[in-house]
Design a protein around this ligand. Structure first.
Ligand code: AMP
Ligand code: ZN
Length: 470
């Protein structure tokens, strides 16, 4: 049974979605005031790993990730540069989507932007005001923590010391309690052109509000999984809970899954410290980019990942070993038994699942995979790997890769690839070859037809296969 460590209970819990077979998941997405760094992508890769493993385990997944396209930093930067809001944020959003593709991250079903949901946010604020959980001061609206007794439980705050360490913005002196946070920020001169009309006055929404509002709009008032980095536990996620549960009176999220940081030299990688890498800084080649994905997904999401170029090199070496094994398996023609490989592949896959079920323990799961990799390499070296056995091992690696997603062609920056194969066609070709090696003739014919329909003609040869455009 799949279990997640749930930040809400600080325990591993059995995973049971609200709707049988269908999982609704929300992830805090990027703030597009700058380019995302590789630490941010750890958060997005965790969401991807969860989604892939849920699908692998037979669930349907509906996934939503917000794009924060309005906040203090964005306002400061556009007003300094004299740029329009959309023009400024979309340049970073575009690069973000490009990087997601480079990392083979399955797109979310929706990427709602905060600025496209102002009316819904205004409604949510009105609901909170009606319930006595929000009050207006000088055109700003604040959440009244005193009205939500459970405040602080999720983040494990000590009620006695809760006032310490909470900063008060200079323009928030009107708050009744220093812990209260802004739902709506009144327009001020330095906001320039940016501001929306609302019943409480012109202004803009607070950051915490957008995630409550957009998650509930697309996933319902109660949903299954919410992800983000550990830095968001407080105040962001605590505030989301207060807003959503305060407005609906229903439990908001069932499982909170958080990723630890990516550090550099034992310090958190962050934009404000200036100690960050972007994907393009470490990804000089397609292999480097795939190695970063490999490094993150094979590290446990609840342990800090200390990034160095050496760790990236060791991921590259591990990935190269897997790729070389696949290449050798395509060519295998030894004379060993095929049946024993089926048994070994089944047992290893069961072990892989067992570790993944245990709060996505990818380090153990990948160690199990390498157990079979060792055996297969040995058999190949000794000429004991038959084509049937090779097909079985290839099928196993492909299954594992549905979860890890590390065998892929890194998308080129140019979307159009007229001369070559698309990654999808490439995958169909390889899957057909695997099916053929495993003597699954029905499946290989079916794939040949699919390829033909897309204009790719495959011809089998003594050493493998060749393809041409029809
Ligand atoms: P932001 O764009 O700052 O809103 O952050 C997007 C996501 O990246 C959030 O889930 C953060 O918790 C996460 N995050 C930020 N810095 C790091 C880091 N150094 N390592 C891992 N995750 C991070
Ligand atoms: Zn959020």
């Amino acid at each position: 049974m799949l279990r997640f460590y749930n930040t809400a209970s600080r325990e591993k819990e059995d995973f049971v979605p609200l709707e049988s077979g269908r999982v609704r998941m929300y992830s805090c997405g990027p703030t597009v005031h700058d380019y995302a760094h590789i630490g941010n992508f750890r958060a997005f890769l965790l969401a991807d790993l969860i989604k892939r493993y849920l699908r692998f385990s037979g669930f349907e997944v509906v996934h939503v990730m917000n794009i924060t396209d309005i906040d203090d930093k964005i306002l400061r930067r556009i007003n300094a540069a004299g740029q329009g809001l959309g023009e400024f944020t979309e340049q970073y959003a575009e690069v973000f989507f490009q990087d997601l593709r480079l990392l083979n991250i399955i797109p979310a079903d929706e990427y709602p932007r905060a600025t496209a949901h102002i009316p819904e946010m205004v409604d949510l604020i009105s609901r909170l005001m009606e319930r006595g959980l929000a009050y207006e001061r000088d055109g700003s609206v604040y959440y009244s923590i005193a009205g939500f007794p459970a405040y602080g439980q999720f983040a494990r705050l000590d009620p006695a010391g809760m006032k310490d360490g909470i900063s008060v913005d200079r323009d928030e002196y009107g708050k009744e309690d220093v812990r209260d946070f802004a739902l709506w920020k009144a327009w001020v001169e330095s906001d320039g052109q940016v501001g929306w009309e609302a019943p409480f006055g012109k202004g803009r929404p607070g950051w915490h509000l957008e995630c409550s509002c957009m998650s509930m709009k697309y996933l319902g008032e109660s949903f299954d999984i919410h992800t983000g980095g550990v830095d968001l536990i407080f105040p962001h996620h605590q505030n989301e809970i207060a807003q959503s549960e305060g407005a609906t009176g229903k439990p908001f999220v069932r499982y909170w899954v958080h990723n630890e940081f990516v550090n550099i030299n034992a310090e958190k990688m962050s934009k404000s410290q200036g100690n960050f890498y972007r994907l393009k800084d470490i990804g000089k080649s397609a292999e480097d980019i795939r190695a970063y994905r490999y490094l993150v997904v094979t590290s446990h999401h609840r342990t800090v990942l200390n990034f160095t170029l050496e760790t990236l090199e060791s991921s590259k070496a591990a990935l190269r070993r897997l790729t070389q094994l696949r290449d050798r398996l395509w060519q295998a023609s030894g004379d060993g038994e095929a049946g024993e490989w089926q048994d070994m592949a089944d047992a290893t896959l069961a072990e892989f699942r067992m570790h993944m079920d245990d709060d996505l323990n990818t380090p153990r799961a990948i160690a199990a995979v390498f157990g079979l990799v060792n055996q297969a390499e040995k058999a190949l070296n000794q000429g004991r790997m038959s084509s049937g056995g090779a097909g079985t091992v290839l099928g196993f690696l492909e299954k594992v890769d549905q979860v890890l997603g590390v065998f892929y062609e890194v998308a080129s920056a140019e979307p159009a690839r007229p001369a070559g194969l698309t990654p999808e066609l490439e995958r169909l070709l390889q899957e057909r070859q695997r099916a053929r090696l495993a003597k699954e003739w029905g499946r290989s014919d079916e794939l040949r037809d699919q390829l033909a329909a897309a204009g790719v003609v495959v011809k089998d040869t003594r050493d493998g296969y060749e393809w041409t455009w029809a």
